[in-house]
Design a protein around this ligand. Structure first.
Ligand code: PAF
Length: 280
């Protein structure tokens, strides 16, 4: 496994690869969710490149950039075990030289949900992902459904800007009790870890109501909120039932709907989602 710390080193190693390249961009502190993306990339491509870069431009002033968990040695051992060919690990000045003036912005899709709660977040994500795509030149790139808005925004960006790759969304990986895997779960103390199950429970409730024939988004939203409010350690940011293409809130659920939520449990703000009806 080669480690490239500069863009020049990455390009030099990339030139030596033959055939398709699967790319998994990450911010490190890897868990089974990331590794499932690497495995899918491994299964579908001749070579695999992963990146580890905690991207400062997607964190707001009140976010946890400096406290974001990091464990590079462990990450590299895990990526090596999955037969990753190249790991790109630049430092911030390599990606953002002081004279950089350009941003990539996706309108509309980024207004609500995470975009509504974290102004500027998606501008940072779409800019870094574009830069990584331009540097790595992958055939396919893999994103987890846990960050569903991010995955849909990147898919749209790749389509709108005629980027020459396929953006693939892979299923959320969960702990055995249902908690969606996230690097931020490390911040949960044991009582909060238990309380965090309320996210998955509320999604199950939505699924159950939908399966029983409920089609009023408002009624499902209200039932989910009531359930979460019974957990004193949980503080709701949003509970959304939205159109899977536009991410606009729905009154009535048609063929399918994206049910997503952000809930603060102790220090971390946790995300989860499911799609009612067909898969995305
Ligand atoms: O999902 C993440 O870890 C990040 O948002 C990404 C896609 C690596 C961009 O920094």
């Amino acid at each position: 496994m080669k480690i490239a710390k500069t863009i020049a080193e990455l390009k030099e190693s990339r030139r030596q690869l033959q055939g398709s390249v699967g790319f998994v961009p990450t911010m490190g502190f890897l868990h089974e969710g990331h590794l499932s993306l690497v495995r899918q990339a491994r299964a579908e491509n001749a070579s695999v490149i992963a990146s580890i870069f905690v991207n400062p431009t997607q964190f707001g002033p009140n976010d946890d950039f400096s406290a974001y968990p990091r464990d590079t040695e462990r990450d590299l051992a895990l990526l090596k075990k999955e037969s990753t060919d190249i790991v790109f690990m630049p430092e911030p000045p390599e990606m953002y030289p002081p004279n950089a003036r350009s941003w990539v912005v996706v309108d509309g899709l980024t207004d609500g949900l995470e975009g509504g709660s974290r102004p500027g977040h998606f501008r940072g994500v779409t800019t870094i992902v574009t830069k990584l795509f331009n540097i790595v030149e992958p055939t396919r790139s893999y994103f987890g459904q846990k960050d569903v808005q991010q995955a849909l925004v990147i898919q749209k960006m790749a389509q709108d800007l005629n980027m020459n790759l396929e953006v693939i969304i892979c299923p959320t990986v969960r702990e055995t009790d249902g908690l969606a895997m996230s690097s931020r779960n490390v911040y949960l103390v044991p009582e909060e870890r238990q309380a965090a199950l309320v996210l998955f429970q509320s999604l199950n409730l939505a699924q159950q109501l939908y399966s029983n024939g409920e089609r009023s988004a408002e009624r499902i939203r209200r039932e989910m909120i009531t359930l979460i409010e019974h957990e004193p350690r949980a503080e709701i940011d949003y509970v959304s039932i939205a159109d899977t293409a536009t991410l606009k809130e729905l009154d009535k659920i048609g063929e399918k709907a994206l049910v997503s939520l952000a809930v603060k449990v102790g220090k971390p703000r946790l995300l989860d989602n499911i799609v009612l009806g067909e898969l995305i």
